[in-house]
Design a binder for this molecule. Structure first.
Ligand SMILES: *[C@@H]1O[C@H](CO)[C@@H](O)[C@H](O)[C@H]1NC(C)=O
Ligand SMILES: *[C@@H]1O[C@H](CO)[C@@H](O)[C@H](O)[C@H]1NC(C)=O
Ligand SMILES: *[C@@H]1O[C@H](CO)[C@@H](O)[C@H](O)[C@H]1NC(C)=O
Ligand SMILES: *[C@@H]1O[C@H](CO)[C@@H](O)[C@H](O)[C@H]1NC(C)=O
Ligand SMILES: *[C@@H]1O[C@H](CO)[C@@H](O)[C@H](O)[C@H]1NC(C)=O
Length: 404
């Protein structure tokens, strides 16, 4: 009998518990994650300021607390791959590399908590992590207990070096062991992506607070466009399975890295918010440029992301020869966020021409508009009024329509 069959028997006998009901992530988790910017850099001799270490994590926590991020809701500081030693300890436990985490994980969690923040960590369901560190296969329970003893608040479980068909046992098994520790964890599953779009969304939403829906975010525009297309396509209606406690994860927010223009940064941040994706920042918060920081702290956009209804935006139509994507997201109070994303990259704005009744907004007294980024009033429109809006190339406008 394979280990997964053994686990499945044990677990289905005891009865599964619902991650989506574990009391956390009722709105999309907000925070920072090390992977996209700092990768698997473990060379603290050559790169003392950018290796994966407790110093890096503490500095990011300091900036989240001091520079306004915490105050607008960013909460989770997440260590991704490459934090432990390459071999487990004699007791079987994962060992944080003592050269890079000399104070240990419990002390780091205490430090992060003292800043009013929470700590996330990473492991992998396979026998190795993607970066070649020990995986949690055969150690799920011990690792869950270890993370709980360290007072960790969020776990990302990756899927490298594992088999797709085992994941439907593996992710629920880890959720079971996390639940058994009695400590609340946001449980982040790299599941759908690893299953090549074959995963059972009902099942995932039952056990995971968030699951990756597309490939890793890398630092260039085409990658942002590709992820938007995944959400536009909404394969097997995955938007129907997301909501409070269970989110589709579009991966890191690369605003403030190297690859995007100002307009493209607005697109990524605006669309990830429309999608109700977790917002895990990648930027080096010690040196981020002011305009990117201001965008990440934009309370109007964050309010769209954090709206308690937890609706994931879906594509309503395309305009202007399919250059303009129109996404709608239902908000509390009968309001609707309307995003006009211009996917065209020729050097001129493209005009979006539409009427609200084409979007299903038919309130007889019309709608007042506010700008999704600035919060400024942008006029009042009747359902059959023609609206014309010029959107920058690889740019976005967002409006909140409130029934009058
Ligand atoms: C464990 O699962 C039960 C049942 O879903 C839930 O009520 C409880 O809050 C969970 N506990 C933790 C710590 O997640
Ligand atoms: C998907 O998961 C749900 C909940 O665990 C289960 O009831 C259903 O049978 C699964 N569907 C398929 C096609 O496996
Ligand atoms: C779009 O979704 C369909 C199924 O709904 C799937 O077959 C197709 O591969 C998807 N395409 C993209 C680009 O995601
Ligand atoms: C997705 O949703 C649409 C509209 O609600 C429906 O017509 C379609 O059958 C659904 N597709 C699947 C694969 O569930
Ligand atoms: C960025 O903002 C800081 C603080 O508000 C200010 O001191 C600094 O001059 C600004 N930098 C640039 C390049 O505008």
């Amino acid at each position: 009998m394979k280990i997964f069959e053994v686990l499945a028997v044990i677990i289905f006998t005891v009865g599964f518990l619902e991650a989506a009901n574990n009391g956390v992530a009722r709105t999309p988790p907000l925070g920072w994650m090390s992977w996209e910017r700092f990768r698997c850099n473990t060379d603290c001799t050559t790169y003392p300021d950018s290796c994966i270490s407790e110093k890096l994590i503490m500095q990011m926590a300091d900036h989240m607390a001091a520079d306004g991020y915490r105050d607008v809701g960013y909460e989770y500081v997440c260590i991704d791959d490459c934090w432990p030693l390459k071999t487990r300890g004699a007791d079987g436990r994962l060992v944080p590399d003592p050269a890079r985490f000399p104070s240990g994980m419990k002390a780091l969690a205490d430090y992060v908590h003292s800043k009013g923040l929470k700590l996330g960590i990473y492991t992998d369901f396979g026998y190795m992590t993607c970066g070649g560190y020990p995986g949690s296969e055969f150690y799920l329970q011990l690792d869950a207990e270890t993370f709980a003893e360290w007072d960790i608040d969020m776990l990302k479980l990756d899927a490298c070096y594992s088999f797709g068909e085992d994941l439907k046992y593996g992710f629920p098994a880890m959720e079971f062991y996390l639940n058994r520790t009695g400590r609340q964890f946001v449980f982040s599953c790299d599941w759908d992506w690893a299953m090549n779009d074959q995963a059972n969304y009902t099942h995932m939403a039952e056990f995971c607070n968030m699951w990756r829906i597309a490939h890793d975010m890398e630092d260039y525009w085409d990658n942002v466009q590709l992820v938007i297309d995944v959400y536009a396509n909404n394969s097997r209606n995955f938007s129907d399975f997301t909501g409070p406690g269970a989110w589709a994860d579009a991966d890191s927010v690369i605003v403030g890295l190297y690859g995007l223009s100002d307009d493209q940064e607005r697109v990524q941040f605006g669309m990830w918010s429309m999608f109700a994706s977790p917002l895990l920042l990648a930027a080096d918060l010690r040196s981020i440029k002011n305009s990117s920081k201001a965008l990440l702290l934009n309370k109007n956009i964050l309010a769209i992301n954090q709206d308690p209804l937890g609706v994931q935006a879906t594509l309503k139509m395309k305009l202007a020869q399919n250059k303009i994507y129109v996404f709608l997201k239902g908000l509390t109070g009968g309001r609707t966020a309307i995003a006009l994303f211009n996917s065209d990259y020729h050097g001129q704005p493209v005009r979006a021409t539409f009427m609200l009744n084409q979007l299903g907004l038919t309130n007889g007294k019309g709608y007042s508009f506010t700008d999704g980024f600035t919060g400024m009033a942008r006029g009042k429109y009747m359902p059959a009024t023609e609206i014309n809006i010029d959107v920058n190339p690889t740019g976005i406008d967002i409006f909140i329509a409130t029934p009058v």
